[in-house]
Design a protein around this ligand. Structure first.
Ligand code: PBG
Length: 325
């Protein structure tokens, strides 16, 4: 059976040459779309390679200025900063101390490259001795006690010069709490990127090593069940209603359906996070000779754009800045 459209319709006509294919390409990835996540560790002598993420190292705090200049010079436009703390306690108080690691690394980064967009990952898991994303009370992460600390932490980050604060702890009401605190402290122009739809994913495995997390157990009591799509929409729309300036879906590749649905439901700028496990899968497969790394990276980032992402957090951002897309 031939299609009634054939032979009039011949989609292959537009695929004959590279120039024709470029002319009809629907999605493109620009350097401006990419956000590079980095890990900054205090009290470290030399960059420490993360074994489960080939090509990624923790940056010593003392060398941060030099590294930030190199990142900006290579053409990266935005970074998401994670601290690796040596001052952990039950509440993660170092993260909301005005001279704690979070504040110091933001100040250093802004000094080193004022034009670079510095985003602060606002959470507690890298700063608590138990590794959870908030205050433990009666054996659970207590939502509202955590909100109080989160509000303080966001103000500390804004005061240190963060261009964007990005709460990633999946506490209920975290956008409202942060917006109110920022406004009250005079930071009504500091935008909030909500990790709005964040799943309790096994793809974060390598991140736990990278960020030096001491978590035993899981985050299923606050991050979302990977099998829920409708609830994913509900979470993102709640954050929009609370005043988020950006939404995010995380992880990326296993959640393209969610990305497309959030895109259809919201007109806010939408980010997607290609997480540590997605990065590791591509790197190790490429090292084994099973995949062409560059082509696979191009295809995955392109797929995020096709599904509706405006912005992509990816550990490949530095390679792409250096080598082109
Ligand atoms: C902190 C946070 C995590 C990631 C980003 N922010 C870890 C987690 O939620 O367990 C994961 C990023 C990655 O895997 O690349 N809450």
């Amino acid at each position: 059976m031939t299609s009634p459209l054939f032979p009039i319709a011949r989609p292959r006509r537009l695929r004959r040459t590279a120039a024709l294919r470029a002319l009809v390409r629907e999605s493109t990835v620009r350097m401006e779309d990419l956000i590079y996540p980095i890990f900054v560790e205090e009290g470290l002598e030399a960059p420490a390679p993360v074994e489960s993420m080939p090509g990624v190292s923790r940056i010593p705090e003392q060398q941060l200025s030099r590294h930030i200049k190199a990142i900006a010079d290579a053409g990266v436009r935005a970074v998401m900063m994670f601290g690796v703390s040596r001052h952990k306690d039950a509440t993660g108080s170092d993260s909301f101390s005005p001279d704690g690691l979070m504040a110091r690394m933001i100040r250093t980064a802004k000094d080193a490259a004022p034009e670079l967009v510095v985003m602060s990952d606002n959470c507690f898991c890298e700063y608590t001795d138990h590794g959870h994303c908030g205050v433990i009370h009666d054996g659970h992460v207590h939502n509202d006690m955590t909100l109080e600390n989160l509000a303080r932490q966001a103000v500390v980050a804004a005061r240190a010069g963060a261009d964007v604060v990005a709460p990633s702890g999946m506490m209920d009401g975290q956008i409202s709490a942060i917006r109110a605190a920022l406004d009250q402290a005079g930071y009504d122009q500091t935008p909030i990127m909500a990790y709005s739809t964040k799943f309790a994913s096994a793809f974060y495995g390598p991140f736990r090593e990278a960020a030096g997390s001491s978590l035993k157990g899981d985050r299923k009591a606050y991050q979302m069940d990977p099998l829920n799509g409708r609830e994913a929409l509900r979470e993102s729309l709640a954050d929009e209603a609370e005043g988020a300036d950006f939404l995010m879906v995380k992880p990326g590749l296993p959640y393209l359906d969610v990305l497309a649905r959030v895109r259809a439901a919201s007109n806010l700028p939408l980010a997607v996070y290609q997480v540590s496990g997605e990065y590791a899968m591509i790197k190790f497969a490429a090292q084994a000779g099973a995949l062409d790394e560059k082509l696979v990276v191009r295809e995955t980032l392109g797929a995020f754009k096709r599904a509706g992402a405006d912005l992509i957090l990816t550990y490949f951002a530095m390679d792409i800045a250096r080598e082109g897309f």
